[in-house]
Design a protein around this ligand. Structure first.
Ligand code: PLP
Length: 467
């Protein structure tokens, strides 16, 4: 039987078969029984489907697309391997991420390194691996590169992050990195950008191969991309005029997931205060991508007419790719009926432990066992005694009982990477491939969480705690 779930993205929707919820050939009730909850469940075939769907509009627009998945969104090796298998590239921002993709056998040229969060040694390692480019977003980062450039390979490929200074709605949480007043990114039309481009041109060791932007996250319409692309175009002209040969145009990530939209601050607050439904309308996922691809195609044509021919269009999707490829299984611990104040499900995980995304996004919830009868409206919470430990502001589910299991959909982006130990060890990740479920990350133990703690020394005691 089909379910009320209609994905806004062409990843297979979980469906009921013989009374149990199935996803990509796996019985999720069996998965929950075998691996216990809370548990993240990812799927290799979902990754292929999501990547294919993401690429389609750009390829249809005949753009020289290279998808470099933003690893921080979900750095699970099984997930990265599924992407590598589909010939994706990777955007990494830490020494760990760089090392991980290298260990998975990703060619240096398919890696975009971002920033200097881990210091200059990150640039050195990126140079050793021959990454496609290192993107710098601040004058300080560029100064470090220039100062230490002697240690880098010759013609070290750099790109600069442009902040297109977009106007942001007062309550819009999605456009942050590309907005006016954002902390990072070089601002077009200012001395800081021209000086950065001149400084790179002045050093033979460095090669400005790319220009980059990343305007926000969870964006659901193409308008800000169109504006930002126009600004980027002006910067490409300026760079070309200064003698730089821009081979890579990198428009970052930021595309919202229609099936798990980012909520505005008012929606977050109002759903905390009352039993309201946070609805998520499932719009066709690809309107934004089609429109962005169209704007880029026109950009490439205009550049071509001026003799500027970037070889590669890099995109760095995170949330839109990884979000639909993972779901979260939870068990209902208690059902509480508060009359006109609503019905509550208390579960074994919520936003305070599993991921703050459960607070700021609207996720749909399904029960693992199909049951007939009336559907009721529930507010779904974690096990902490506060409304802030949210799973879902409003879910329509059949009558629920303690011990029932639920699946929270589209939890692949910023869940594993933001999982914390606030209410205990972190859940495992179960990985579905060809209808088989196996562990891709085991459940953390209490010992692992607390083993770094040192007992306080008692006065007069001989033993010393060694750090
Ligand atoms: C430089 C860069 N690229 C891509 C992404 C992915 O963003 P999203 O998940 O919104 O697509 C991020 C996320 O923070 C980022 O910092």
């Amino acid at each position: 039987m089909s379910t009320p779930y209609e994905s806004g993205f062409p990843v297979e929707a979980p469906r009921y078969q013989e009374g149990h919820l199935h996803w990509y050939g796996c019985d999720l009730q069996d998965v929950a029984d075998l691996f216990d909850t809370p548990a993240h469940v990812g799927c290799a075939e979902a990754v292929s489907d999501a990547l294919r769907a993401f690429r389609a509009p750009f390829l249809a627009a005949d753009l020289p697309l290279d998808v470099c998945y933003s690893v921080k969104t979900n750095p699970l090796p099984a997930f990265l391997e599924a992407l590598r298998h589909e010939d994706a590239g990777f955007e990494v921002c830490s020494a760990h991420e760089l090392d991980l993709v290298d260990r998975l056998g990703v060619e240096g040229g398919r890696i975009i390194a971002t920033g200097l969060r881990d210091g200059f040694s990150f640039a050195l390692r990126a140079g050793e691996l021959g990454v496609g480019m290192l993107t710098v977003a601040t004058a300080g980062q560029l100064q470090t590169i220039i100062k230490e450039r002697g240690e880098l390979p010759p013609r070290f490929p750099l790109s600069l992050t442009i902040c297109p200074q977009l106007r942001r709605g007062r309550w819009d949480l999605t456009l942050n990195t590309g907005a006016r007043g954002a902390a990072i990114g070089f601002r077009p039309g200012t001395a800081e950008l021209n000086e950065a481009m001149s400084a790179i041109a002045a050093h033979q060791q460095l090669d400005l191969v790319g220009l980059h932007m990343h305007i926000g996250s969870g964006i659901r319409c193409a308008a800000p991309y169109r504006k930002a692309i126009k600004t980027l175009e002006r910067v490409i002209h300026t760079a070309s005029g200064m003698g730089h040969s821009i081979r890579i145009v990198d428009i970052g990530g930021g595309y919202g997931l229609t099936s798990a939209p980012v909520l505005g601050p008012w929606k977050i607050v109002s759903t905390l205060l009352g039993p309201k439904t946070a609805t998520s309308e499932a719009r066709a996922h690809d309107t934004i991508l089609v429109e962005v691809a169209d704007a880029l195609s026109r950009l490439f044509s205009r550049l071509e007419r001026l003799g500027i021919r970037p070889e590669v269009l890099v995109t760095e999707p995170g949330r839109i790719l990884s979000g639909p490829c993972q779901l979260l299984l939870l068990t209902v611990l208690e059902v509480i009926d508060r009359g006109r104040h609503g019905r509550f499900l208390l579960c074994d995980g919520g936003s305070m432990a599993i991921s703050p995304m459960l607070m700021t996004e609207a996720h749909r919830v399904m029960t693992l066992r199909e049951s007939g009868g009336q559907y009721l409206h529930y507010r779904v919470l974690g096990s902490m005694p506060t409304a802030l430990d949210r799973v879902c502001a409003g879910a329509l589910l059949p009558e629920m009982h303690p011990g029932d299991r639920i699946a929270v959909l589209d939890t692949g982006a910023y869940f594993v990477s933001m999982n914390n130990t606030f209410s205990g060890p972190r859940p495992p990740v179960v990985w579905i491939e060809e209808g088989e479920a196996r562990l891709a990350r085991r459940r953390e133990t209490e010992m692992e969480v607390f083993s770094r703690d040192l007992l306080p020394q008692r006065k007069g005691a001989d033993e010393e705690n060694t750090p």
